[in-house]
Design a protein around this ligand. Structure first.
Ligand SMILES: *Cc1c(COP(=O)(O)O)cnc(C)c1O
Length: 464
């Protein structure tokens, strides 16, 4: 399998290179040259299989010869052995025709673990074989940073530095970064806000001397391997409900459009998905795009579902590429417009294709909080704020059709204790395997929001 850029002006790459490169040099995102198809028999054969075996079959056509079959099976096995549930991503019934896909049984309690654990193992094998090492640098406002640190800790081919805004992440989120044991993972508490961290990251990648010497790499949400890992649970959950003989719909709490794009990939591969429903909080750029055909950035308004507080929905570009018959020049023109004017208009043809596959809904802050209370009262389930948004939007879908709907439960409620306590009056408990989180020693380096200072800390720690 080869990978091409959504803007059509970068060299095609192998899986390995696409994953290590991240952003294409024309500013586009890498996508596979085509979507490999699985037959109905292939899909039917997933029934009763363990998660890892399905993962191997679903992802195999995408990785080319990056790994031997044995290597790839071992990578998958190691990635998911740390999950706190045998089924890895179990499906639970919430109400008639409404199911929850629990994606929070990984080490940091959010779905980001599903992809990050896999990427960590992939990097280790690919780099180890080549005798190389890389320095991964990331900026986080919450869930991605801790997932990356957990995934890369102890892997000797990788040093990892995660910048977070000092004093501006929740205690659980901070401890999930500062309490990670491992000499190769480093939490940097930056004086500034999330934008400061992101700007530092961007400047670091533009400092070519530093970038090349440190062999900087990134595992942000546009990394193709992250999408790929997420395709798997669409298959396992749909098959549990009767696919390929019965269609299902999915409702996905969405920010960067990565998780739901993985559902679109599953559908292109042959999984019978009826509707893909985008659920957004008050930062509703995607919902507005579906309503009006205008993709327009607003300012981010902080919410109680912070992992979806996004107005630049990076992975949407991958879908736009398909909506425009995979014409890179058309995509480049649209996204140049977005950068220059903060908006673009979808053509009538592209908009109708978008609406053929996707529905959407927006949930306000008050509705989110009420939904957490309401679902607990009605079903006993305590949902994280992101999941509550998905579940609320999904209910409208369940009422409108006979097709079962699966809502993706993207985080464990204990990750967002303040929002849960405000809604239902009690603080959710951390899972048993994590109860010591508040007793562990914290380890972070406080650093000024200044490129030279951050670079010097990284150089010092890596000895490169
Ligand atoms: C990252 C995240 C999301 C949004 O996922 P995208 O792939 O960016 O759409 C939703 N919920 C939680 C808890 C997250 O961490």
């Amino acid at each position: 399998m080869r990978y091409i850029s959504t803007r059509g002006a970068s060299p095609t790459l192998s899986f390995e290179d696409a994953v290590l490169t991240g952003l294409a040099c024309d500013g586009g995102l890498y996508v596979p040259e085509f979507f490999p198809a699985l037959s109905a028999e292939d899909i039917a054969g997933f029934a009763g299989q363990i998660y890892e075996d399905v993962a191997f079959i679903v992802m195999k056509p995408f990785i080319g010869d990056a790994f031997t079959d044995t290597e790839f099976r071992e990578i998958i096995a190691r990635a998911y052995s740390v999950f706190g549930h045998d089924a890895r991503c179990p499906l639970k019934q919430l109400a008639h025709n409404h199911f929850l896909l629990e994606l929070f049984h990984g080490p940091t309690l959010a779905f980001k673990d599903v992809a990050m654990q896999l990427i960590g193992q992939m990097f280790q094998v690919a780099l180890g074989r080549a005798g190389k090492s890389v320095t991964i640098v990331g900026a986080t406002s919450g869930d991605t940073g801790s997932a990356a640190m957990e995934a890369f800790r102890g892997l000797d081919a990788v040093n990892t530095f995660i910048m977070y805004p000092h004093g501006r992440v929740s205690e659980v989120q901070r401890r999930q970064m500062t309490c990670v044991a491992g000499d190769n993972v480093h939490a940097l508490a930056v004086d500034g806000d999330f934008d400061t961290c992101q700007a530092l990251l961007k400047d670091m990648f533009s400092d070519f001397d530093f970038r090349d010497r440190m062999r900087l790499a990134s595992v942000n949400s546009i990394n193709w391997a992250r999408i790929l890992a997420q395709v798997v649970y669409y298959f396992t959950s749909a098959v549990a409900l009767g696919a390929p003989y019965r269609a299902v719909s999915f409702c996905v709490p969405t920010g960067n459009f990565g998780d739901i794009f993985a559902g679109y990939v599953a559908k292109r591969m042959g999984l019978p998905i009826d509707r893909l429903v985008i659920a957004t909080n008050q930062n509703d750029i995607l919902h507005r795009t579906l309503q009006s055909g205008v993709h327009e950035k607003n300012d981010v308004i902080p919410s109680i579902s912070p992992s979806m507080d996004i107005q630049v929905s990076s992975n949407f570009e991958r879908l736009v590429f398909d909506l425009y018959d995979r014409k890179g020049s058309a995509v480049a023109q649209l996204f140049d417009g977005l950068r220059a004017d903060g908006r673009f208009d979808l053509s009538p043809g592209a908009l109708s294709r978008l609406r053929n596959e996707f529905d959407s809904g927006r949930v306000s802050e008050a509705e989110t909080s009420r939904a957490i209370t309401d679902f607990m009262r009605r079903t006993g389930a305590v949902l994280c704020p992101h999941t509550a948004i998905g579940a609320l939007v999904a209910e409208r879908q369940v009422d409108a059709s006979d097709t079962p709907v699966i809502t993706l439960a993207t985080a464990h409620p204990a990750k967002f204790p303040d929002a849960i306590e405000a809604a239902v009056g009690v603080r959710p408990n951390l899972p048993k395997r994590m109860v010591d989180l508040f007793d562990l020693e914290e380890r972070a380096t406080r650093v000024a929001g200044d490129l030279a200072m951050v670079e010097s800390v990284i150089r010092e720690r890596t000895n490169i």
